[in-house]
Unconditional design. Structure first.
Length: 153
């Protein structure tokens, strides 16, 4: 077709897309059994990890999600009694979010199971290589987040 073109970038993007598709197909089995999606678990995990209340904007930054997506997920998690909202005493427009006892128990119960699942998924890659892969994907993620809007134009 085009013998002079370097197809290396297509191989990388293709592999990333295929990995993402396979991981999504598996749907994080432990999370699915708990009735959670990965993005919902990420929100709960961020609240648990920080150990204090966060605003929806802070949660969006913590989880690399859009504000609209966080709002939708928070509505579901609040309805399930896993997250509670508290209005700010000084600014009524600001909402603070925290885990309920049920939310904390769910995260604490599922985290070891989810970590064991993810460890099994990555078991074919040595520890140091996992670190390298995480660092490289982190670099790619930051570059994409900064440039994708420009590249789409």
């Amino acid at each position: 077709m085009h013998p002079g073109l370097d197809t290396g970038p297509m191989e990388i993007i293709g592999r990333i897309n295929r990995c993402a598709a396979l991981l999504q197909q598996a749907e994080d089995a432990p999370l699915r059994r708990a009735g959670l999606s990965r993005p919902e678990f990420d929100l709960l995990g961020a609240l648990r990890r920080t150990g204090y209340e966060l605003t929806p904007g802070e949660l969006a930054r913590e989880t690399f999600s859009s504000g609209a997506a966080v709002t939708k997920r928070l509505k579901q998690l609040t309805e399930r009694g896993l997250v509670e909202r508290r209005g700010d005493t000084r600014d009524r427009r600001v909402v603070h979010l925290r885990l309920t006892d049920a939310g904390r128990d769910l995260v604490d119960g599922i985290l070891p199971v989810q970590l064991a699942y993810e460890t099994a998924v990555l078991s074919g890659i040595d520890g140091p290589e996992q670190g390298e892969l995480a660092a490289l994907l982190g670099e790619l993620l930051s570059q994409l987040e900064g440039r994708l809007g420009v590249l789409r134009a």
